[in-house]
Design a protein around this ligand. Sequence first.
Ligand code: UT7
Length: 331
Amino acid sequence: MYAAFRSIGAYAPEKILTNSDLSQMVDTTDAWITKRTGIKERRIAALDETTSDMGVKACEQAIERSGIAKDEIDMIICATISPDYFCMPSTATVIATKLGLSTITAFDISAACTGFVYVLSIAKAFIESGMKKNVLIVGAEKLSAITDYSDRGTCILFGDGAGAALISATENSCDAIIDVHTGSDGTYADLLMTPNGGSGSAHDALDREAAGCYMKMKGNETFKVAVRTLTSDVVSILKENRIDASAIKHFIPHQANYRIIKAVGDALNMRDEQVVLTVAKYGNTSGASIPMAINDIYESGALQAGELMLLDAFGGGLTWGSALLPFAPPS
Ligand code: UT7
């Protein structure tokens, strides 16, 4: 049995936060943000809109486009670092219940911006082992809830949104997800983290440390490790599968920073038309960024059945991952 990437869906909240809005909040400018990141605007969820609310909208679209009945779905995995609840219940169980699928297997994973590649690898393994047949994978983030809007080093980067895909069992090897790589290195944990509020904090310190629940990043060091890791990961997955970069129709990297994407694309000799870019309009939506980007090319008509996609992600942990797969919508 193989695992096929059947459909995609996404949701972006209505509210737009522009660079010029941010320049009213912190000491920054549209020119600086555009030059250093390529970001022009990002979406911000409504105060009462949760990560699961956004995830549900993306899932509904992915289910509708999959040709698979909702009651055939037997597992939901959600990649998020901004769950509805701090520890439990998982955002996946909340999404499952809102979708009317409250008794199926549902759990979250935490791999930051690499989350979508991680959930893809888990879905592939469950399906190939015969344990599950139709797995809904979701990347959903309300990063605005964990962003410090007084820190110009991070608040200019992040946005909210969700993306989802339906991964299904197939006997057709042409539809199969070819390979998924995942890795991590906790020695770099301090580059990008939410330092407080977990079991590492003394119980009586939680009130004092509330602000420490926001993301902190050593941006410049993270940038350098990102370029190095993203490039080497893609080189290795292409080499192991004997696929030349020129055969990739859509290179869909995590949308953290245009300069990172450009450096990786250039190192791999990718042509501009191969590289998918959504960073200007959504900013960095962590685990949601890759499925939101896939959805963009799907909705523009640029993603056709059988075309080869290369996903590449990097994030807090540190974590990284890449995936080679054809788009295999229902015929
Ligand atoms: O998604 C997961 C992984 N995350 C990433 O991959 C993000 C990686 N990092 C980045 O994208 C970039 O490092 C940033 C966009 C965060 C920062 O860009 P940079 O080119 O690395 O800038 P920098 O941190 O080296 O700072 C350069 C200067 C500093 O001023 P001085 O010390 O040279 O006077 C900063 O204080 O830019 C200053 N600066 C800003 N200036 C205006 C930092 N942030 C801002 C800002 N507006 N928002």
